[in-house]
Design a protein. Structure first.
Lengths: 64, 178
């Protein structure tokens, strides 16, 4: 499997991740927790604390 | 959509992952500092309304949620996943949020509602030529050529014909090479 931070777009287009996605998590189950960095101030943000504030739309992505 | 639904008690966050299409201008992350820099550039260039949250260098959160390049989840206040999609499609997200607002109204009016499971396979607009044009504008020739090569491998020549035709024409107009 290609390294996570690949330098070149992988030839298989990371298709295995698309195949696996239906089983990665499930609706109706708890969303995985984790700590992220707030780009604005560099502080730590726990996803669980974000979710407690209300319905949250979480988009994943990058500039490219 | 974020500002519209923020008034209806929904919050929006963006989780910054690895670079999906690295280039010389925006290389794959070799440090957290570079990742933060790219995330802040995205906020500045696109005029972000949402909170920008950056995953660690190894992508721990990205892995936990499925590791796709542009997926979207909707999570309720109890921390339960109520929507997940392999691609971010504003149409289905809006539909899901309208449903959530409707459910909230029903509960407020003390009408009994109960959850039910559903599966759905919607289709989204996905113009491949527009996609590689945007790739070129952002990162130059390399991400375009790498994407076309990968799609050649995955979809075969028929799937990449339009992109290749555009790229060949762009190069004759001086688009450059890697």
């Amino acid at each position: 499997m290609a390294e996570y931070n690949y330098k070149h777009f992988p030839l298989d287009g990371d298709m295995q991740d698309f195949v696996s996605f239906p089983d990665a998590t499930r609706v109706g189950t708890k969303a995985p927790d984790g700590v992220l960095i707030d780009a604005k101030d560099g502080g730590d943000v726990a996803l669980g604390d974000v979710y407690r504030k209300g319905v949250t739309v979480v988009e994943f992505g990058s500039y490219t | 959509m974020a500002s519209e639904f923020r008034d209806r008690d929904c919050q929006f966050v963006f989780v910054y992952t690895r670079e999906a299409h690295p280039s010389d201008r925006y290389p794959g992350h070799d440090s957290l500092e570079r990742k933060l820099d790219h995330a802040r550039t995205m906020v500045d260039k696109l005029g972000f309304e949402r909170a920008m949250l950056v995953d660690d260098l190894e992508g721990v959160v990205h892995h936990a949620y499925g590791r796709l390049p542009n997926m979207t989840y909707i999570v309720n206040a109890g921390g339960t996943i109520i929507y997940r999609a392999a691609w971010t499609d504003p149409r289905t997200i809006r539909g899901a949020l309208e449903q959530i607002v409707f459910e909230r109204g029903e509960r407020r009016n003390q009408r009994r509602i109960t959850p039910y499971y559903t599966e759905w396979l919607p289709q989204r607009p996905n113009d491949d030529v527009t996609f590689v044009q945007d790739l070129f504008e952002l990162g130059g020739a390399r991400p375009v050529e790498e994407f076309i090569a990968a799609m050649d491998d995955v979809e075969g020549p028929a799937g990449t014909k339009r992109m290749k035709e555009w790229w060949a024409e762009a190069q004759t107009r001086g688009a450059g090479s890697s």
